[in-house]
Design a protein around this ligand. Structure first.
Ligand code: ADP
Ligand code: ZN
Ligand code: ZN
Length: 741
């Protein structure tokens, strides 16, 4: 006998209340995970609809208490069924629980008691909005988000609201107000900056595709492969190709999802989709409220929209028949979900399209090594856009500065002489400068300022990390190897060996000293805590309110500053030695993007890359803007070390407040997970070894086959269920991790 777990509604409450039914023999071959079924419910045995979310061989209750599934309704597969299948795949792939997976993919929402009232109005200033809301007795929590209210004119015809329309409406908004409310013309929602695209967009003209673009469109449509990589430099017209593909998808009666890294959800990017497709497009971002997101989901399900643009969670838009998922900037780290289930958007997109026979298009100017590898091996279709369609701006010139020489010349500043000269020139000419400190993933490595040598783990070939608190030891966070910190450089014998550190704050201080006349802005995670403050800084900089913008990786993405003619990368080494196998790839991408920031406008640009390892291929290839050369070097390293894509890797994270328990747990698990088809590294101390009073151990496992890792994980999970020690130990699994734990 087979038993089915069934939910009778798509809501948060339903997910926490699963009912078990007997699968009658005649239906056994037909009922699958995701199937919509009719079941008798409640004491009156009313027949209602439900969804099968899983099966078990054994009943959880006495079988005579269980009812039977009544029937399977005829008709096509509903979207909920698809999403439940997707959740089922996520459980198997990522090892999360069924509920975690369902919560991730289904648009569930707590039932709202009493319903909500929509409030429409318009205001220019925060003060005005707050005053008005007081009068209307609107909940004050809206008040804090009122500053942008003027932007929320509801653009019914999808024409875009021009500044003229805004100006006409803004002078006496409150008197306008009541009429507008009455007609339902304007709408107030929580301020999310994604709505800015409706402002001031110019007329959307459809361009004639170039021959390269046309070929890419045709090839992607005709090719039978499901996944395609569209590889073209910035400005080569990828977005136009996406839009053409979307148009064809809509023409065939299907819907499309476009994923963009959150940071690139800017008005330039989205405005074009709005111009072309009007109100058929909806935009999602992570700051939206549950209710707002739910509204969009309902619109998608009801066929009111057919394009959804957003970050990775937009993948789960419940379109009834999606035919295309586009993932722009596919290499971006933001596509990896860092909470359980730790999925990668590309993999989920591929699975979703496999379930309904659609296509996935990955776009990039600097593809990930994984995607490019699959493309050159023919697993993905590969389509190149070699020419820039946007005239004018040429590629920036790049120049690599060897910081070892600066030391020899007794320049102890963080700015090389070359960079200082170039900055003086720009400040003189009133052109703008970006200074970039790529601290992402910065792990406190040890390097020699004299020869550039970095200490790496002999087994894992990743840079080792300094731990001062434990008496200056070096650790490998993959295999746990620990070494004493040497007093001299093992390569050249120099005493200039030590930790490498630099923060944006420090850079700003040094700048103020060196260039007292310059106006400086800073953009990093600390200075960006406040909501919208990143927008404010970027807007101020693009209006020319500062000469120099200092920041972390967030300044190199997605923003166009036409007056920037100089980009300085202060230390390429920071990301080159971040203690994981992706360090080289990350560095190449950051440097390429940084170089791409210079000379966006009419004026020629220059990128100055400072480094102690100018001969490293991530630097030389980025300076030459040569992705293929980078790939051919990097893939050798991956193959040698069996890192993805040459193999698969899984991190098992073990946390407990008592270090001995965490250690014991990790040793036990390592034993259970061992097997012929996997290679287990010894349990290591986490990179963040202690967090929130929890000690963290990590086990890295490699395998040629992803299934080897999945089987290994299943052994661990079975063991954990039966072992008392693990009741309080938190264990997480991450397939192909992209960060150090
Ligand atoms: P990418 O997405 O690769 O960075 P875009 O699609 O944004 O490139 O194109 C860059 C610019 O070139 C845009 O302003 C776009 O409108 C314009 N463009 C794209 N394709 C064409 C074309 N075939 N003819 C003229 N202009 C084009
Ligand atoms: Zn040295
Ligand atoms: Zn190691």
């Amino acid at each position: 006998m087979k038993y089915a777990d069934i939910i009778v509604d798509i809501s948060l409450e339903a997910l926490n209340r699963v009912f078990q039914y007997i699968v009658p023999e005649i239906l056994e071959s037909k009922v699958r995970v995701g199937s919509q079924v009719m079941v008798p419910f409640g004491s009156g045995n009313r027949i209602i609809k439900g969804f099968v979310i899983g099966f078990s061989e054994k009943p959880d209750y006495a079988p005579d208490k269980l009812k039977e599934i009544y029937s399977i309704p005829k008709g096509s597969m509903v979207v909920e069924s698809q999403m439940i299948c997707l959740a089922d795949w996520m459980c198997r792939m990522y090892g999360c629980t069924r509920i975690q997976a369902l919560k991730t993919v289904l648009c569930v929402r707590r039932k709202i008691q009493g319903g909500t009232k929509k409030i429409y109005f318009l205001a220019v200033s925060r003060e005005e909005a707050e005053a008005e809301m007081k009068k209307l007795s609107v909940q004050p929590r809206f008040a804090s988000r009122a500053a942008l209210l003027a932007l929320f004119l509801d653009d019914r015809e999808g024409k875009g609201i021009t500044e003229d329309i805004m100006k006409k409406n803004v002078p006496s908004p409150m008197n306008a107000l009541r009429t507008l409310i009455k007609h339902g013309w304007i709408e107030v929602r929580e301020a999310s900056d994604y709505r800015i695209p409706f402002l001031g967009v110019e007329d959307g003209k459809q361009v004639q595709l170039s021959r390269e673009q046309q070929k890419a469109v045709e090839d992607i449509c005709e090719d039978e492969r499901m996944v395609h990589l569209l590889y073209g430099v910035t400005g080569s017209g990828k977005t136009e190709v996406y839009m053409q593909l979307i148009e064809r998808t809509l023409m065939s009666g299907r819907q499309a999802i476009v994923l963009i890294p959150e940071i690139s959800l800017t008005y330039q990017n989205i405005g074009r989709f709005r111009q072309r497709f009007g109100r058929r497009v909806s935009v999602m971002n992570s700051r939206m409220s549950e209710g707002e997101r739910y509204d969009q989901y309902i619109q998608a399900k009801n066929g009111e929209i057919d394009i959804m643009i957003g970050p990775r969670s937009a993948l789960f838009t419940p379109f009834p028949n999606p035919g295309l998922i586009i993932i722009d900037e596919e290499q971006d780290g933001a596509y990896k979900n860092d909470t359980t289930p730790k999925y990668h958007a590309v993999d989920v997109a591929v699975e979703r399209m496999r379930l309904c026979g659609g296509k996935v298009v990955l776009g990039s100017a600097t593809p990930s090594v994984v995607a490019y590898d699959r493309a050159v091996r023919g697993i993905y279709g590969l389509h190149l856009l070699k020419k820039r369609v946007a005239g004018g701006a040429a590629m920036a010139e790049t120049c690599v500065v060897d910081l070892r020489n600066e030391l020899k010349q007794k320049n102890y500043s963080i700015f090389s002489r070359k960079l200082q000269r170039e900055m003086e020139v720009r400040l003189e000419k009133k052109e703008q400068i970006l200074l970039f400190l790529n601290r992402r993933g910065y792990a406190g490595f040890i390097s020699c300022r004299s020869c550039g040598h970095v200490i790496r783990c002999p087994h894992c070939d990743i840079s080792m990390t300094l731990h001062k608190a434990e008496g200056n030891v070096l650790k490998c966070h993959y295999c746990g190897l620990t070494l004493p910190l040497p007093g001299n450089c093992p390569e050249c014998g120099s005493g200039y060996i030590g930790a490498f550190g630099m923060g944006t704050q420090k850079v700003v201080e040094m700048l103020e000293k060196r260039f007292p006349q310059a106006r400086i802005l800073r953009a990093d995670r600390d200075s960006m805590r406040r909501k919208n403050s990143s927008m404010e800084v970027f807007q101020a900089f693009s209006k020319g309110e500062a000469d120099i913008l200092v920041g972390t990786q967030m300044i190199v993405k997605g923003h166009d500053f036409p007056n920037v003619t100089l980009v300085g990368v202060l230390a390429a080494d920071l990301s080159m030695f971040s203690g994981d196998y992706l360090a080289g790839e990350r560095t190449f991408q950051l440097l390429t993007q940084a170089a791409g920031r210079a000379g966006r406008g009419e004026k020629p640009g220059l990128a100055v890359i400072q480094t102690y390892q100018p001969e490293h291929y991530a630097v030389t290839c980025a300076a030459a803007q040569d992705f293929e050369a980078f790939y051919s070097q990097e893939i050798l390293y991956r193959q040698l070390m069996r890192y993805p894509p040459a193999g698969h890797m899984m991190a098992v994270i073990i946390e407990h407040e008592d270090e001995m328990t965490a250690r014991e747990g990790s040793l036990l698990l390592a034993g259970v997970m061992a097997g012929k088809d996997v290679h287990i590294l010894p349990p290591a101390e986490g990179f963040r070894a202690k967090e929130k009073d929890c000690y963290r151990k990590v086990i890295y496992i490699k395998s040629n086959e992803i299934n080897g890792l999945i089987r290994s994980r299943e052994r661990a999970q079975a063991f954990i269920r039966g072992e008392a020690l693990f009741r309080e130990i938190n264990v997480q699994f991450d397939i192909n991790p992209m960060n150090l734990y």
